[in-house]
Write a protein that binds this ligand. Structure first.
Ligand code: NAG
Length: 654
C-alpha cells in the first residue's frame, strides 16, 4: 500500500513537472481585458492598470504632468525566440488592442510592440524615442531591440507622417514605414474605438496587419527579417509608449500572444532523465516493498543463519503461530489427539495435509536459538522409522512442533488388552509385532550409530511409537527430551529425570543421565511389552515380580518357562526359536549392568537371525554401582555368562 501511494506520488510529480516544463517551453497568453490580478504576469515600467480593464502605458495624469514620459509593459516570462544550437527560430502571432486618445489634440508621441533583450525601460527614452531607445544607444547593435512602432507624430524629418507603422531595429529610424492613412485607419481618435493591430512572424518574414474593429485585418506591412541576427535567444515581449511636449493617453485594451515552442536541450535532458529516475525510483520502492513482505520476524537475532537452515527442502519449516492456530482451529479440544511427554497434541490441517501439532507447555525457559538449533538438528534426521518433523514455531513463548500425521496413533493403544472393552482379539498379529520391534530397533540404531551426530532418544515407550496407516512403527519425540527438560533439571538437581518410570534403567536413578545404554534398556522393556501385551509396571528393584515386567520375565527365564510370557491372545502358530531369541534379547537389553547390554547394532543382528541372542544369566544379577566394565571389549557385545559379573562389589543401588 505504501508502495502504491509512492508510485502514484511519483507519477503525479512527473505530470506536474512535465506540465511546468511545457509551460516554460512556449509562451502563450491572452488578456482580453486587464484586471489587477494580471499584474502578477506582467512587468509594468512606469505604466499601470487603469479602471480594471486597460493598461495605461504612459501615466494618465493632469495635463501638464503627462508631458515627457516613457513607459513599458512586459510579459513577465521570457520568450524563446531562437536556438543557435538547433538553428531554428520560433514563430509567433500577437494581437494588440490599442486606443490612443490625444489630450489635447494634436497628441504625441506613439506606441510600439517590442522584442527586447531585457525587461527594463531605458532612461530618457521619452519624446521622440517612443520608449524604444534613447539618444545614447540609438543605432547601436547593443540596443538589442526590434520594434513595430505605431507613430502618431512626425517628430523628425525621417518620419513620414503622424499616422504610420514602422519597423525599427536597434534604432528609432525605421527600416520600413507605411502610412495607415492610405488604409483608412487613424491611430489617434476621440471616439473610443480600439484599433486592432496584428503582428505575425514565421521565422523569416514579419507581417503587420490592422483593422479598426469593424472590418477584416488589412495587411499593411510585410518584410523579410532575420530576428536572430539582432536579438538574443531569449527575449521579453512588451509594449512601449512615450509622450513629449504633446501628450496623449496610450492605452492597451487587450493583448494576445502565441509563440511556437523550441524544446531546449536542457529540457530534452530532463525529459530523458526524469522518466529514467522515476523508473529506477519505482523499482527501488517495489524492491523495498517486496523485501518488507518477505522479511523474517524482527524478533530473530540471526535471520540469515535461520534462512540457511531453512534453505534445505527437507529441513523443518518455520511456521507462524497464526497458521497453526488456523490449522488446529485455535487448538480446539475436539482436535486433541492426546497428551504426551511435553505437551498436548492436536490434529491439524496444514496446506490440505493432515498434521499432528504438539503444543509444548509454556513453562519451558529454553533459549530460543538453542531450541532452534536442536529442532533443526533433529529435523535433518530422516529415517523411515522416525516420525518426520515438518515444522516448528516459536512465537510469544509458545512452542509448537508439527509432525507428520499418524492415522493409527500410538502403539500403546494396541498392545495392552483392554479389560473394559473386553477386547479379546489382539489387533496386532505376531508377525506385525515383530516388524514393529524391528522398525524401532532400526530407528534407534540410526539415532545411535547412523547419523552424523549421535542422538539419544531418552524416552522410548509404547506411547512414543507411532503407527502409520500400514501399522509400520515410527519413533516419535526423539531427542527433544533433553532440550525440553534441561531447564527443569537445573531447579531440581538430579531427582527429576528424563524418561518414563517403567522404562528407566536402574542406574538412571543414581546418575540422572541418559546414555546409549539407557535407551537400550528402555528398548528391552518395550520388546517385553509388545511380546507379552503387559504394561511395564513399576520399575523398582524392590517391587514384586508381578509388578515389574523385567523381574517377571527374568523369573520365567529362571524357571525355563520364558515362552509363557507371550501374549495369550496370540493364538496363531509361531516360530518358537524366533520368539525365544527375541525374549532373551530383551532380557539382555534390560541387564542391570549397562556395560552388559548389547548395542543396537547387535540387537538388529539378533532380530534378523544373523547372530544368536546373547546369553543371559538365569538368575537376575543384582544391580551394582558403579558398574564394572567388561574385561574384554568384545564381551560387551557378546557376553556369555554370569561369571563376569562376579567382581561386582561395593555400592549396591538402593
Ligand atoms: C505575410 O503575408 C504574405 C502575403 O500576404 C503571406 O504570403 C505570408 O505567409 C505572410 N507571412 C506571415 C508570417 O504571416
Amino acid at each position: 500500500r505504501m508502495c502504491l501511494s509512492q508510485v502514484v506520488w511519483s507519477l503525479l510529480l512527473a505530470v506536474l513537472l512535465g506540465g511546468a516544463l511545457t509551460q516554460v517551453g512556449c509562451l502563450d497568453f491572452n488578456f482580453s481585458t486587464f484586471k489587477n490580478e494580471d499584474m502578477g504576469e506582467l512587468t509594468l515600467r512606469n505604466s499601470a492598470i487603469r479602471d480594471k480593464k486597460a493598461i495605461q502605458v504612459t501615466p494618465d495624469l493632469a495635463q501638464d504632468s503627462m508631458k515627457n514620459h516613457a513607459g513599458r509593459v512586459f510579459y513577465k516570462k521570457p520568450f524563446r525566440l531562437w536556438s543557435k544550437r538547433k538553428n531554428i527560430t520560433a514563430s509567433f502571432i500577437t494581437t494588440i488592442g490599442l486606443r490612443i486618445t490625444p489630450s489635447p489634440s494634436p497628441g504625441g508621441e506613439g506606441m510600439a510592440f517590442i522584442l527586447a533583450a531585457d525587461d527594463t525601460l531605458p532612461e530618457n527614452s521619452e519624446g521622440q524615442w517612443l520608449g524604444i531607445v534613447n539618444a545614447s544607444n540609438n543605432g547601436s547593435p547593443q540596443a538589442k531591440i526590434v520594434a513595430v512602432e505605431f507613430d502618431t507624430r512626425k517628430s523628425y524629418q525621417e518620419d513620414m507622417d503622424d499616422n504610420h507603422v514602422g519597423l525599427d531595429v536597434n534604432s528609432i529610424y525605421s527600416i520600413k514605414q507605411v502610412s495607415l492613412t492610405d488604409y483608412g485607419i487613424n491611430l489617434t481618435r476621440n471616439d473610443k474605438v480600439t484599433i486592432m493591430v496584428r503582428i505575425q512572424y514565421d521565422g523569416k518574414e514579419m507581417n503587420v496587419s490592422a483593422n479598426t474593429g469593424e472590418t477584416e485585418y488589412v495587411p499593411v506591412m510585410s518584410l523579410n527579417l532575420v530576428l536572430s541576427s539582432h536579438l538574443p535567444e531569449k527575449v521579453f515581449v512588451g509594449i512601449s509608449a512615450s509622450t513629449g511636449n504633446e501628450t496623449q493617453l496610450h492605452c492597451v485594451r487587450s493583448w494576445e500572444f502565441h509563440g511556437s515552442k523550441i524544446a531546449d536541450e536542457e529540457m530534452l535532458w530532463v525529459w530523458i532523465t526524469v522518466p529514467a529516475v522515476l523508473i529506477v525510483f519505482s523499482m527501488i520502492v517495489f524492491y523495498l516493498y517486496w523485501q518488507r513482505r518477505h522479511r523474517v520476524q524482527p524478533e530473530d537475532a540471526y535471520p540469515r543463519i535461520e534462512d540457511q537452515i531453512q534453505g534445505s527442502s527437507m529441513a523443518p519449516q518455520k511456521l507462524k503461530l497464526k497458521e497453526l492456530r488456523k490449522a488446529t482451529r485455535n487448538f480446539n479440544p475436539k482436535n486433541k489427539l492426546g497428551k504426551g511427554g511435553f505437551g498436548t497434541v492436536y490434529k491439524g490441517f496444514l496446506a490440505n495435509k493432515e498434521v499432528a501439532v504438539k503444543r509444548v507447555s509454556k513453562d519451558s525457559s529454553q533459549g530460543k536459538q538453542e531450541f532452534i538449533a536442536e529442532v533443526t538438528t533433529i529435523g535433518s534426521l530422516h529415517h523411515k522409522n522416525l516420525v518426520r518433523l515438518i515444522g516448528w514455531c516459536y512465537e510469544r513463548r509458545e512452542l509448537l512442533l508439527v509432525y507428520e500425521f499418524m492415522p493409527n496413533c500410538s502403539l500403546d493403544k494396541f498392545i495392552y488388552g483392554n479389560e473394559e472393552l473386553g477386547m479379546e482379539e489382539p489387533t496386532l498379529g505376531r508377525e506385525r509385532r515383530h516388524t514393529i520391534i524391528y522398525g524401532v530397533a532400526q530407528a534407534l540404531d540410526y539415532l545411535h550409530n547412523g547419523c552424523e551426530k549421535r542422538v539419544l532418544h531418552r524416552d522410548i515407550k509404547a506411547s512414543n511409537i507411532m503407527l502409520d496407516s500400514e501399522f509400520n512403527a515410527k519413533l516419535g519425540d526423539f531427542g527433544l527430551a533433553r532440550t525440553l527438560q534441561q531447564s527443569e533439571n537445573t531447579h531440581h538437581t538430579t531427582k527429576v529425570i528424563a524418561g518414563t518410570p517403567g522404562y528407566m534403567a536402574p542406574e538412571t536413578f543414581l546418575t540422572g543421565r541418559a546414555t546409549v545404554e539407557t535407551d537400550v534398556y528402555a528398548f528391552g522393556v518395550l520388546v517385553l511389552e509388545v511380546v507379552s501385551g503387559r504394561k511395564p509396571g513399576n520399575q523398582n528393584e524392590q517391587s514384586d515380580n508381578n509388578n515389574n515386567i523385567v523381574h517377571w520375565l527374568w523369573d520365567l527365564h529362571r524357571q525355563e518357562r520364558i515362552l509363557d510370557a507371550i501374549d495369550s491372545r496370540l493364538t496363531e502358530e509361531f516360530d518358537e526359536e524366533g520368539m525365544l531369541s527375541m525374549l532373551v534379547l530383551a532380557l539382555a537389553c534390560c541387564h542391570p549392568n549397562p556395560h552388559q547390554r548389547p548395542s543396537m547394532r547387535t540387537v538388529l543382528q539378533v532380530l534378523t537371525g544373523e547372530v544368536p541372542p546373547p546369553l543371559v544369566p538365569t538368575e537376575r544379577p543384582a544391580f551394582v554401582w558403579p558398574a564394572m566394565p567388561p574385561s574384554f571389549k568384545e564381551d560387551a557385545e557378546n557376553f556369555s555368562s554370569g561369571s563376569q559379573l562376579s567382581p561386582f562389589t561395593e555400592l549396591t543401588g538402593r
